[in-house]
Design a protein around this ligand. Structure first.
Ligand code: GSH
Length: 232
C-alpha cells in the first residue's frame, strides 16, 4: 500500500480558500506528476502543526516517510523521487532555468503583488491570524491602511514587470515551451494568489499573459479554475 501524501496548505477563515502562491506551485507540480495528495488547511499561527518540519512556513509536503518544506525543494523532491512520471524540469539545464523563473517570480512579483493584495488578505484570514499577519507584514511593507498608494498605479507596475514573461509567451505557449512545466507553475502561483484573494483585474484580455493564465487555469481538468475565490 502506498503511504498517504499530505500537503499543509495555507487557508483563510473559510478553510476552502487556499491562496498561497507557493502552495499553488506545489499543487500544480503534484498534478503535473499525476500524484494524489490530501491537503490540510493551515493558518499562519498554527506553527505547532508543522513543527515536525523544523521550520515555520508552508508548503510542507509529507510524502510517505519524507517531509519536505519550501516549494522549490518540494519540486526537486518530486522530480527526483518520481523520475518516471512527466518531468517538471526536463533535465539538469531545465532545472537550472526553472530555478531562475522561480526566483524571478519571488523576487520581482511577490513585492509588487503584496502591496496590492495584503489589505484584502488581512480581511479574509482567520481571526486568530489577524494580529500576527498585520505585525509581520507591516514590518516589511508599512501600514496596511496606506497600501497600495493607488491600485491603478500598482497594477501598471505589475503589468510592466511581466514584460519578460509576455515577450516569451508572445512566441511560445508556455515558459517551458510547447507544454507547461515547473517554470510555468512557479510564476502561475502568483496569479493564483491574486485570483483567490482579490477582485482586481490584473491583465487585459489581449495580453499574451492572459491567454497563458487561461490555459493554466484549465490544466489538470481545471484544478486551479475550480479553486474557491474570495467573494467580491
Ligand atoms: N520560499 C518559501 C516561501 C514560503 C512562504 O513564504 N510561505 C508563506 C505562505 S505563502 C507562509 O507560510 N507564511 C507563514 C508566515 O508568514 O508566518 C517557498 O517557496 O515555499
Amino acid at each position: 500500500m502506498t503511504a498517504e501524501r499530505i500537503l499543509y496548505d495555507l487557508a483563510g477563515a473559510d478553510e476552502s480558500l487556499r491562496f498561497s502562491p507557493h502552495c499553488w506551485k506545489t499543487r500544480m507540480a503534484l498534478a503535473h506528476k499525476g500524484l494524489a495528495v490530501r491537503t490540510v488547511p493551515w493558518r499562519f499561527t498554527e506553527k505547532e502543526a508543522i513543527a515536525f518540519s523544523e521550520q515555520k512556513l508552508v508548503p510542507v509536503l509529507v510524502d510517505g516517510d519524507t517531509t519536505v518544506s519550501d516549494s522549490w525543494r518540494i519540486a526537486c523532491h518530486l522530480e527526483d523521487r518520481y523520475p518516471d512520471r512527466p518531468s517538471l524540469f526536463g533535465g539538469a539545464i531545465g532545472r537550472g532555468v526553472s530555478r531562475f523563473a522561480n526566483g524571478w517570480a519571488d523576487a520581482t512579483l511577490v513585492p509588487i503583488l503584496a502591496r496590492l493584495l495584503l489589505p484584502s488578505i488581512h480581511a479574509l484570514i482567520h481571526e486568530k491570524d489577524k494580529d500576527y499577519f498585520r505585525a509581520t507584514r507591516e514590518k516589511r511593507f508599512g501600514p496596511l491602511e496606506e497600501l497600495p498608494p493607488g491600485y491603478e498605479a500598482q497594477i501598471g507596475l505589475f503589468r510592466q514587470a511581466l514584460q519578460p514573461l509576455r515577450q516569451t509567451l508572445e512566441r511560445q505557449p508556455y515558459l517551458a515551451g510547447d507544454q507547461p512545466a515547473y517554470a510555468d507553475y512557479a510564476v502561475f502561483g502568483m496569479f493564483m494568489w491574486a485570483r483567490c484573494t482579490s477582485a482586481h483585474a490584473l491583465l487585459d484580455e489581449g495580453d499574451a499573459v492572459y491567454a497563458w493564465r487561461e490555459r493554466l487555469l484549465d490544466a489538470f481538468d481545471g484544478l486551479a479554475r475550480r479553486a474557491p475565490m474570495i467573494r467580491s
